[in-house]
Design a protein around this ligand. Sequence first.
Ligand SMILES: Cc1cc2nc3c(=O)[nH]c(=O)nc-3n(C[C@H](O)[C@H](O)[C@H](O)COP(=O)(O)OP(=O)(O)OC[C@H]3O[C@@H](n4cnc5c(N)ncnc54)[C@H](O)[C@@H]3O)c2cc1C
Length: 431
Amino acid sequence: KKSAGLEKYFAQQNLMVGRLKTGTPPRLAKETVNFEVMEKQQGEEKEVFMSYLEHKNPHPRQTCCHITKTNTKTHEIIRKNIEKSAMYSGLISGVGPRYCPSIEDKIMRFADKESHQIFVEPEGLETNWIYPNGISTSLPPEVQQEYIRSIKGFEEAEIMQQGYAVEYDYIDPRNLNKNLRLKNTTNLFLAGQINGTTGYEEAGAQGVVAGINAAQHAKREQPWVPTRQNSYMGVLVDDLTRFGVSEPYRMFTSRAEHRLLLRQDNADARLFTEAKNLGLINNERESAFLQKQQDKKTILTSLKQTKTKLNNETKTAEELCKRNDVKENEVKELIATNNKRFTEVYYDVRYSGYVDKQKRELAKMKNLEEHDLGLIFDYSEVVGLSGELVEKLNNNKPKNLHDASLMEGITPAALNVLTIHLKKIDAIRAN
Ligand SMILES: Cc1cc2nc3c(=O)[nH]c(=O)nc-3n(C[C@H](O)[C@H](O)[C@H](O)COP(=O)(O)OP(=O)(O)OC[C@H]3O[C@@H](n4cnc5c(N)ncnc54)[C@H](O)[C@@H]3O)c2cc1C
Protein backbone atom coordinates (compact mmCIF):
# COMPACT_ATOMS: atom_id res chain seq x y z
CA LYS A 1 0.00 0.00 0.00
CA LYS A 2 1.35 3.39 -0.97
CA SER A 3 2.24 5.71 1.92
CA ALA A 4 0.64 8.77 0.40
CA GLY A 5 2.37 12.07 0.99
CA LEU A 6 5.74 10.69 1.99
CA GLU A 7 7.64 12.32 -0.90
CA LYS A 8 5.86 15.61 -0.21
CA TYR A 9 6.80 15.37 3.45
CA PHE A 10 10.48 14.84 2.59
CA ALA A 11 10.38 17.75 0.16
CA GLN A 12 8.69 20.07 2.69
CA GLN A 13 11.25 19.18 5.34
CA ASN A 14 14.00 19.96 2.84
CA LEU A 15 15.51 16.54 3.35
CA MET A 16 16.08 15.58 -0.27
CA VAL A 17 19.60 16.43 -1.27
CA GLY A 18 20.03 14.97 -4.69
CA ARG A 19 19.77 12.21 -7.22
CA LEU A 20 21.82 9.05 -7.51
CA LYS A 21 21.77 6.53 -10.32
CA THR A 22 22.45 2.85 -11.04
CA GLY A 23 22.37 0.82 -14.19
CA THR A 24 22.12 -2.75 -15.34
CA PRO A 25 23.43 -4.59 -18.42
CA PRO A 26 21.36 -6.25 -21.15
CA ARG A 27 20.55 -9.90 -20.26
CA LEU A 28 21.45 -12.49 -22.89
CA ALA A 29 19.99 -15.87 -23.88
CA LYS A 30 22.42 -18.60 -22.76
CA GLU A 31 21.93 -20.77 -25.86
CA THR A 32 23.02 -17.88 -28.12
CA VAL A 33 26.33 -17.27 -26.31
CA ASN A 34 29.49 -19.04 -27.48
CA PHE A 35 31.23 -20.06 -24.25
CA GLU A 36 33.87 -22.09 -26.14
CA VAL A 37 35.88 -18.96 -26.96
CA MET A 38 35.82 -17.55 -23.41
CA GLU A 39 37.96 -18.12 -20.36
CA LYS A 40 36.29 -20.37 -17.77
CA GLN A 41 35.80 -19.30 -14.14
CA GLN A 42 35.01 -22.28 -11.93
CA GLY A 43 32.43 -22.11 -9.14
CA GLU A 44 33.28 -22.36 -5.44
CA GLU A 45 33.71 -26.00 -4.41
CA LYS A 46 34.32 -25.31 -0.75
CA GLU A 47 31.12 -25.25 1.28
CA VAL A 48 31.01 -21.80 2.83
CA PHE A 49 27.86 -20.91 4.77
CA MET A 50 26.72 -17.46 5.78
CA SER A 51 24.48 -18.92 8.48
CA TYR A 52 25.51 -21.44 11.10
CA LEU A 53 22.03 -22.95 10.81
CA GLU A 54 23.60 -24.45 7.72
CA HIS A 55 21.43 -27.54 7.42
CA LYS A 56 18.60 -25.20 6.40
CA ASN A 57 20.45 -24.01 3.35
CA PRO A 58 22.36 -26.75 1.52
CA HIS A 59 25.25 -25.66 -0.67
CA PRO A 60 23.72 -25.27 -4.14
CA ARG A 61 24.98 -27.13 -7.19
CA GLN A 62 27.83 -25.10 -8.66
CA THR A 63 28.02 -23.88 -12.22
CA CYS A 64 30.75 -21.88 -13.88
CA CYS A 65 31.09 -18.29 -15.09
CA HIS A 66 33.20 -17.09 -18.02
CA ILE A 67 35.24 -14.04 -18.90
CA THR A 68 35.24 -12.05 -22.11
CA LYS A 69 36.23 -8.48 -22.97
CA THR A 70 35.09 -5.43 -24.87
CA ASN A 71 37.39 -4.40 -27.73
CA THR A 72 38.21 -1.36 -29.86
CA LYS A 73 35.23 -2.04 -32.13
CA THR A 74 32.87 -2.13 -29.12
CA HIS A 75 34.34 1.15 -27.90
CA GLU A 76 33.98 2.74 -31.32
CA ILE A 77 30.26 1.82 -31.49
CA ILE A 78 29.64 3.24 -28.02
CA ARG A 79 31.64 6.41 -28.66
CA LYS A 80 29.79 7.00 -31.94
CA ASN A 81 26.43 6.74 -30.13
CA ILE A 82 27.34 8.35 -26.84
CA GLU A 83 24.90 11.25 -27.28
CA LYS A 84 22.05 8.71 -27.31
CA SER A 85 22.93 7.48 -23.83
CA ALA A 86 20.39 8.75 -21.27
CA MET A 87 23.27 9.33 -18.88
CA TYR A 88 25.24 11.41 -21.35
CA SER A 89 22.38 13.33 -22.95
CA GLY A 90 21.62 14.82 -19.53
CA LEU A 91 18.32 12.94 -19.18
CA ILE A 92 19.86 11.13 -16.23
CA SER A 93 22.21 13.36 -14.30
CA GLY A 94 22.55 11.73 -10.85
CA VAL A 95 25.88 10.55 -9.46
CA GLY A 96 26.61 6.89 -10.23
CA PRO A 97 28.44 4.31 -8.12
CA ARG A 98 32.21 4.85 -8.39
CA TYR A 99 32.99 1.14 -8.39
CA CYS A 100 30.50 -0.08 -11.00
CA PRO A 101 30.47 2.58 -13.71
CA SER A 102 28.42 2.08 -16.86
CA ILE A 103 30.24 0.95 -20.00
CA GLU A 104 29.67 4.46 -21.40
CA ASP A 105 31.44 5.91 -18.35
CA LYS A 106 34.32 3.46 -18.60
CA ILE A 107 34.92 4.23 -22.25
CA MET A 108 34.69 8.01 -21.93
CA ARG A 109 36.60 8.31 -18.64
CA PHE A 110 39.29 5.74 -19.35
CA ALA A 111 39.76 6.50 -23.04
CA ASP A 112 43.26 4.98 -23.08
CA LYS A 113 41.95 1.47 -22.25
CA GLU A 114 41.44 -0.77 -25.27
CA SER A 115 39.24 -3.29 -23.49
CA HIS A 116 37.22 -3.85 -20.34
CA GLN A 117 36.62 -7.20 -18.69
CA ILE A 118 33.14 -8.75 -18.63
CA PHE A 119 32.15 -11.53 -16.21
CA VAL A 120 29.62 -13.71 -17.99
CA GLU A 121 27.43 -14.98 -15.17
CA PRO A 122 24.46 -17.37 -15.25
CA GLU A 123 21.53 -15.66 -13.49
CA GLY A 124 20.57 -18.89 -11.76
CA LEU A 125 20.45 -22.67 -12.02
CA GLU A 126 16.94 -22.76 -13.46
CA THR A 127 17.08 -19.95 -16.01
CA ASN A 128 18.69 -19.41 -19.40
CA TRP A 129 19.39 -15.72 -18.70
CA ILE A 130 23.00 -14.60 -18.72
CA TYR A 131 24.16 -11.48 -16.85
CA PRO A 132 27.19 -9.89 -18.58
CA ASN A 133 28.59 -8.12 -15.54
CA GLY A 134 30.59 -4.97 -16.32
CA ILE A 135 28.65 -3.44 -19.20
CA SER A 136 25.66 -1.71 -17.62
CA THR A 137 24.24 0.85 -20.00
CA SER A 138 21.49 3.32 -20.83
CA LEU A 139 22.04 3.28 -24.60
CA PRO A 140 19.04 2.61 -26.90
CA PRO A 141 18.18 -1.04 -27.77
CA GLU A 142 19.64 -0.99 -31.30
CA VAL A 143 23.00 0.31 -30.03
CA GLN A 144 23.05 -2.31 -27.27
CA GLN A 145 22.43 -5.01 -29.88
CA GLU A 146 25.26 -3.66 -32.05
CA TYR A 147 27.89 -3.37 -29.34
CA ILE A 148 26.96 -6.69 -27.71
CA ARG A 149 27.56 -8.48 -31.01
CA SER A 150 30.99 -6.90 -31.37
CA ILE A 151 32.16 -8.82 -28.28
CA LYS A 152 33.95 -12.18 -28.47
CA GLY A 153 31.48 -14.97 -27.73
CA PHE A 154 28.45 -12.66 -28.13
CA GLU A 155 28.55 -12.52 -31.97
CA GLU A 156 25.18 -14.28 -32.19
CA ALA A 157 23.83 -13.27 -28.78
CA GLU A 158 20.12 -12.52 -28.39
CA ILE A 159 19.13 -9.90 -25.82
CA MET A 160 16.37 -11.13 -23.45
CA GLN A 161 16.04 -7.81 -21.66
CA GLN A 162 17.62 -4.44 -22.47
CA GLY A 163 20.02 -2.76 -20.08
CA TYR A 164 18.69 0.40 -18.42
CA ALA A 165 19.53 3.00 -15.79
CA VAL A 166 17.48 4.18 -12.84
CA GLU A 167 17.70 7.48 -11.00
CA TYR A 168 16.48 8.00 -7.46
CA ASP A 169 16.18 10.66 -4.74
CA TYR A 170 18.03 10.37 -1.49
CA ILE A 171 17.97 12.30 1.73
CA ASP A 172 21.05 13.51 3.60
CA PRO A 173 21.57 10.67 6.10
CA ARG A 174 23.04 13.15 8.58
CA ASN A 175 19.36 13.90 9.30
CA LEU A 176 19.16 10.48 10.96
CA ASN A 177 20.02 9.32 14.44
CA LYS A 178 22.26 6.27 14.69
CA ASN A 179 19.15 4.14 15.22
CA LEU A 180 18.10 5.33 11.71
CA ARG A 181 15.20 7.40 13.01
CA LEU A 182 14.71 10.73 11.30
CA LYS A 183 15.89 13.33 13.85
CA ASN A 184 12.88 15.61 13.82
CA THR A 185 10.34 12.79 14.06
CA THR A 186 9.45 10.35 16.80
CA ASN A 187 8.57 7.34 14.69
CA LEU A 188 9.88 7.53 11.12
CA PHE A 189 12.80 5.17 10.43
CA LEU A 190 14.60 5.12 7.08
CA ALA A 191 16.67 2.31 5.57
CA GLY A 192 18.21 1.56 2.20
CA GLN A 193 19.03 3.63 -0.82
CA ILE A 194 16.89 6.54 0.34
CA ASN A 195 19.80 7.08 2.77
CA GLY A 196 22.30 7.38 -0.09
CA THR A 197 23.58 3.79 -0.20
CA THR A 198 23.56 1.35 -3.08
CA GLY A 199 23.41 -2.43 -2.85
CA TYR A 200 21.33 -5.28 -1.54
CA GLU A 201 23.40 -5.94 1.57
CA GLU A 202 23.60 -2.25 2.45
CA ALA A 203 19.81 -1.98 2.18
CA GLY A 204 19.25 -5.25 4.07
CA ALA A 205 21.62 -4.30 6.91
CA GLN A 206 19.94 -0.94 7.40
CA GLY A 207 16.58 -2.68 7.28
CA VAL A 208 17.69 -4.80 10.24
CA VAL A 209 18.80 -1.73 12.23
CA ALA A 210 15.73 0.36 11.37
CA GLY A 211 13.38 -2.61 11.91
CA ILE A 212 14.82 -3.47 15.33
CA ASN A 213 14.58 0.16 16.38
CA ALA A 214 11.04 0.62 15.10
CA ALA A 215 10.09 -2.43 17.20
CA GLN A 216 12.00 -1.10 20.22
CA HIS A 217 10.19 2.21 19.81
CA ALA A 218 6.80 0.50 19.58
CA LYS A 219 7.62 -1.48 22.75
CA ARG A 220 8.82 1.74 24.44
CA GLU A 221 12.24 0.22 24.94
CA GLN A 222 15.76 1.60 24.45
CA PRO A 223 17.12 2.11 20.90
CA TRP A 224 19.80 -0.29 19.67
CA VAL A 225 22.85 1.07 17.86
CA PRO A 226 25.47 -1.23 16.31
CA THR A 227 29.08 -0.06 16.78
CA ARG A 228 32.09 0.20 14.47
CA GLN A 229 33.81 -2.36 16.71
CA ASN A 230 31.10 -5.02 16.58
CA SER A 231 29.86 -5.00 12.99
CA TYR A 232 29.92 -3.63 9.47
CA MET A 233 26.35 -2.50 10.21
CA GLY A 234 27.90 -0.25 12.85
CA VAL A 235 30.45 1.16 10.37
CA LEU A 236 27.70 1.75 7.81
CA VAL A 237 25.36 3.56 10.19
CA ASP A 238 28.18 5.60 11.72
CA ASP A 239 29.59 6.64 8.32
CA LEU A 240 26.17 7.62 6.96
CA THR A 241 25.02 9.61 9.95
CA ARG A 242 28.38 11.29 10.59
CA PHE A 243 29.69 12.06 7.12
CA GLY A 244 26.67 11.96 4.81
CA VAL A 245 27.31 10.85 1.23
CA SER A 246 28.41 12.54 -1.97
CA GLU A 247 28.08 9.45 -4.17
CA PRO A 248 26.26 6.10 -3.78
CA TYR A 249 27.72 4.56 -0.62
CA ARG A 250 29.03 0.98 -0.77
CA MET A 251 30.06 -0.99 2.29
CA PHE A 252 33.69 -1.86 1.62
CA THR A 253 35.64 -3.79 4.21
CA SER A 254 38.33 -1.09 3.96
CA ARG A 255 35.93 1.39 5.59
CA ALA A 256 36.25 -0.49 8.89
CA GLU A 257 39.22 0.12 11.13
CA HIS A 258 38.60 -3.11 13.05
CA ARG A 259 38.26 -5.41 10.10
CA LEU A 260 40.46 -8.14 11.51
CA LEU A 261 37.83 -8.50 14.21
CA LEU A 262 34.90 -8.33 11.80
CA ARG A 263 35.01 -11.74 10.17
CA GLN A 264 31.98 -13.25 8.48
CA ASP A 265 32.42 -16.44 10.51
CA ASN A 266 32.38 -14.68 13.89
CA ALA A 267 29.32 -12.44 13.36
CA ASP A 268 27.37 -14.65 15.76
CA ALA A 269 29.96 -14.32 18.53
CA ARG A 270 30.09 -10.55 18.05
CA LEU A 271 26.35 -9.98 18.14
CA PHE A 272 24.76 -12.91 19.97
CA THR A 273 24.39 -11.29 23.40
CA GLU A 274 22.86 -8.10 22.01
CA ALA A 275 20.56 -10.04 19.71
CA LYS A 276 19.43 -12.19 22.63
CA ASN A 277 18.72 -9.13 24.76
CA LEU A 278 16.62 -7.77 21.91
CA GLY A 279 14.60 -10.99 21.82
CA LEU A 280 15.83 -11.98 18.37
CA ILE A 281 17.26 -15.41 19.17
CA ASN A 282 15.05 -18.49 19.15
CA ASN A 283 15.91 -21.75 20.93
CA GLU A 284 17.25 -23.47 17.83
CA ARG A 285 19.64 -20.62 17.09
CA GLU A 286 20.75 -20.39 20.69
CA SER A 287 21.60 -24.07 21.01
CA ALA A 288 23.44 -24.04 17.65
CA PHE A 289 25.44 -21.03 18.86
CA LEU A 290 26.29 -22.55 22.24
CA GLN A 291 27.34 -25.81 20.60
CA LYS A 292 29.59 -23.90 18.24
CA GLN A 293 31.26 -21.99 21.08
CA GLN A 294 31.79 -25.24 22.98
CA ASP A 295 33.36 -26.87 19.90
CA LYS A 296 35.68 -23.89 19.45
CA LYS A 297 36.77 -24.05 23.08
CA THR A 298 37.58 -27.75 22.80
CA ILE A 299 39.63 -27.15 19.64
CA LEU A 300 41.57 -24.29 21.27
CA THR A 301 42.38 -26.44 24.30
CA SER A 302 43.61 -29.15 22.00
CA LEU A 303 45.80 -26.64 20.09
CA LYS A 304 47.35 -25.47 23.34
CA GLN A 305 47.98 -28.98 24.67
CA THR A 306 49.24 -30.75 21.55
CA LYS A 307 52.99 -30.52 21.12
CA THR A 308 55.33 -31.47 18.30
CA LYS A 309 58.95 -31.02 17.21
CA LEU A 310 59.72 -28.48 14.50
CA ASN A 311 63.38 -27.90 13.53
CA ASN A 312 64.36 -29.66 16.75
CA GLU A 313 62.30 -27.30 18.86
CA THR A 314 59.16 -28.22 20.74
CA LYS A 315 56.15 -26.23 19.56
CA THR A 316 52.49 -26.29 20.49
CA ALA A 317 49.93 -26.68 17.73
CA GLU A 318 48.74 -23.19 18.71
CA GLU A 319 52.17 -21.77 17.83
CA LEU A 320 52.12 -23.61 14.50
CA CYS A 321 48.91 -21.79 13.50
CA LYS A 322 50.93 -18.57 13.27
CA ARG A 323 53.67 -19.98 11.05
CA ASN A 324 53.73 -19.62 7.28
CA ASP A 325 55.71 -22.82 6.78
CA VAL A 326 52.98 -24.96 8.36
CA LYS A 327 49.68 -25.38 6.52
CA GLU A 328 46.23 -25.24 8.10
CA ASN A 329 45.62 -28.89 7.20
CA GLU A 330 48.85 -30.02 8.84
CA VAL A 331 47.80 -28.44 12.14
CA LYS A 332 44.36 -30.00 11.77
CA GLU A 333 45.89 -33.44 11.29
CA LEU A 334 48.22 -32.89 14.22
CA ILE A 335 45.37 -32.36 16.67
CA ALA A 336 43.36 -35.07 14.89
CA THR A 337 40.12 -33.17 14.61
CA ASN A 338 37.39 -33.30 12.04
CA ASN A 339 35.39 -30.55 13.65
CA LYS A 340 34.09 -28.09 11.05
CA ARG A 341 34.84 -25.18 13.43
CA PHE A 342 38.57 -25.83 13.16
CA THR A 343 39.16 -23.16 10.49
CA GLU A 344 37.59 -20.43 12.62
CA VAL A 345 39.77 -21.27 15.62
CA TYR A 346 42.81 -21.53 13.36
CA TYR A 347 42.23 -17.96 12.10
CA ASP A 348 41.39 -16.65 15.59
CA VAL A 349 44.82 -17.84 16.69
CA ARG A 350 46.63 -16.95 13.47
CA TYR A 351 45.46 -13.32 13.51
CA SER A 352 45.62 -12.76 17.27
CA GLY A 353 49.01 -10.99 17.04
CA TYR A 354 47.75 -8.66 14.29
CA VAL A 355 44.56 -7.92 16.21
CA ASP A 356 46.62 -6.86 19.24
CA LYS A 357 48.83 -4.73 16.99
CA GLN A 358 45.74 -3.09 15.48
CA LYS A 359 44.48 -2.22 18.95
CA ARG A 360 47.87 -0.70 19.85
CA GLU A 361 47.91 1.36 16.64
CA LEU A 362 44.44 2.69 17.36
CA ALA A 363 45.57 3.72 20.82
CA LYS A 364 48.54 5.58 19.28
CA MET A 365 46.27 7.58 16.97
CA LYS A 366 45.59 10.22 19.59
CA ASN A 367 46.42 13.94 19.44
CA LEU A 368 45.73 13.93 15.72
CA GLU A 369 45.24 17.70 15.61
CA GLU A 370 48.94 18.17 16.40
CA HIS A 371 49.87 16.78 12.98
CA ASP A 372 49.68 19.73 10.56
CA LEU A 373 48.90 18.79 6.95
CA GLY A 374 49.47 22.31 5.58
CA LEU A 375 52.72 21.27 3.90
CA ILE A 376 51.07 18.69 1.66
CA PHE A 377 50.04 20.64 -1.44
CA ASP A 378 49.24 17.71 -3.72
CA TYR A 379 48.16 14.41 -2.20
CA SER A 380 49.06 12.46 -5.34
CA GLU A 381 52.64 12.76 -4.05
CA VAL A 382 51.75 10.71 -0.98
CA VAL A 383 52.78 7.13 -1.69
CA GLY A 384 50.16 4.53 -0.69
CA LEU A 385 46.93 6.56 -0.93
CA SER A 386 44.16 5.32 -3.24
CA GLY A 387 43.09 7.51 -6.17
CA GLU A 388 39.77 8.10 -4.41
CA LEU A 389 41.42 9.42 -1.24
CA VAL A 390 43.87 11.59 -3.22
CA GLU A 391 40.86 13.20 -4.92
CA LYS A 392 38.98 13.72 -1.65
CA LEU A 393 42.00 15.08 0.23
CA ASN A 394 42.93 17.45 -2.62
CA ASN A 395 39.35 18.75 -2.70
CA ASN A 396 38.99 19.14 1.07
CA LYS A 397 42.55 20.12 2.07
CA PRO A 398 42.15 19.19 5.77
CA LYS A 399 44.18 21.33 8.19
CA ASN A 400 45.50 18.46 10.27
CA LEU A 401 45.21 14.71 10.76
CA HIS A 402 42.20 15.15 13.02
CA ASP A 403 40.28 16.97 10.27
CA ALA A 404 41.36 14.28 7.81
CA SER A 405 40.16 11.53 10.16
CA LEU A 406 36.66 13.03 10.08
CA MET A 407 36.42 12.75 6.30
CA GLU A 408 34.34 10.01 4.70
CA GLY A 409 36.49 7.10 3.53
CA ILE A 410 39.62 7.98 5.55
CA THR A 411 40.74 4.76 7.19
CA PRO A 412 43.29 4.26 9.99
CA ALA A 413 45.55 2.77 7.31
CA ALA A 414 45.29 6.03 5.33
CA LEU A 415 46.06 8.05 8.48
CA ASN A 416 49.12 5.86 8.94
CA VAL A 417 50.24 6.59 5.37
CA LEU A 418 49.80 10.34 6.00
CA THR A 419 51.76 10.10 9.26
CA ILE A 420 54.65 8.41 7.45
CA HIS A 421 54.57 11.10 4.76
CA LEU A 422 54.68 13.84 7.41
CA LYS A 423 57.70 12.16 8.98
CA LYS A 424 59.41 12.17 5.57
CA ILE A 425 58.69 15.90 5.17
CA ASP A 426 60.11 16.53 8.66
CA ALA A 427 63.26 14.57 7.78
CA ILE A 428 63.74 16.53 4.54
CA ARG A 429 63.26 19.85 6.34
CA ALA A 430 65.69 18.83 9.09
CA ASN A 431 68.32 18.24 6.41
C1 LIG B 1 19.24 -1.56 -12.42
C2 LIG B 1 19.83 -1.81 -11.07
C3 LIG B 1 20.77 -2.81 -10.88
C4 LIG B 1 21.31 -3.05 -9.61
N1 LIG B 1 22.22 -4.06 -9.43
C5 LIG B 1 22.67 -4.34 -8.20
C6 LIG B 1 23.56 -5.43 -7.97
O1 LIG B 1 23.93 -6.16 -8.88
N2 LIG B 1 24.00 -5.65 -6.70
C7 LIG B 1 23.60 -4.89 -5.66
O2 LIG B 1 24.01 -5.15 -4.52
N3 LIG B 1 22.76 -3.86 -5.84
C8 LIG B 1 22.29 -3.56 -7.08
N4 LIG B 1 21.44 -2.50 -7.27
C9 LIG B 1 21.11 -1.64 -6.13
C10 LIG B 1 20.05 -2.28 -5.26
O3 LIG B 1 19.07 -2.86 -6.07
C11 LIG B 1 19.39 -1.21 -4.40
O4 LIG B 1 20.35 -0.39 -3.78
C12 LIG B 1 18.55 -1.87 -3.31
O5 LIG B 1 17.67 -2.81 -3.85
C13 LIG B 1 17.77 -0.79 -2.57
O6 LIG B 1 16.87 -1.39 -1.70
P1 LIG B 1 15.81 -0.49 -0.93
O7 LIG B 1 15.03 -1.44 -0.10
O8 LIG B 1 16.51 0.63 -0.29
O9 LIG B 1 14.93 0.17 -2.07
P2 LIG B 1 13.94 -0.51 -3.09
O10 LIG B 1 14.35 -1.91 -3.39
O11 LIG B 1 13.81 0.46 -4.21
O12 LIG B 1 12.60 -0.60 -2.25
C14 LIG B 1 11.81 0.53 -1.99
C15 LIG B 1 10.37 0.07 -2.05
O13 LIG B 1 9.54 1.10 -1.59
C16 LIG B 1 8.40 1.17 -2.42
N5 LIG B 1 7.86 2.52 -2.28
C17 LIG B 1 8.33 3.68 -2.79
N6 LIG B 1 7.54 4.71 -2.44
C18 LIG B 1 6.56 4.21 -1.67
C19 LIG B 1 5.43 4.76 -1.00
N7 LIG B 1 5.17 6.06 -1.04
N8 LIG B 1 4.62 3.92 -0.31
C20 LIG B 1 4.87 2.59 -0.25
N9 LIG B 1 5.93 2.01 -0.86
C21 LIG B 1 6.75 2.81 -1.56
C22 LIG B 1 8.93 0.86 -3.80
O14 LIG B 1 7.90 0.42 -4.64
C23 LIG B 1 9.93 -0.25 -3.48
O15 LIG B 1 9.35 -1.52 -3.48
C24 LIG B 1 20.89 -2.26 -8.53
C25 LIG B 1 19.93 -1.25 -8.73
C26 LIG B 1 19.41 -1.02 -9.98
C27 LIG B 1 18.37 0.05 -10.16
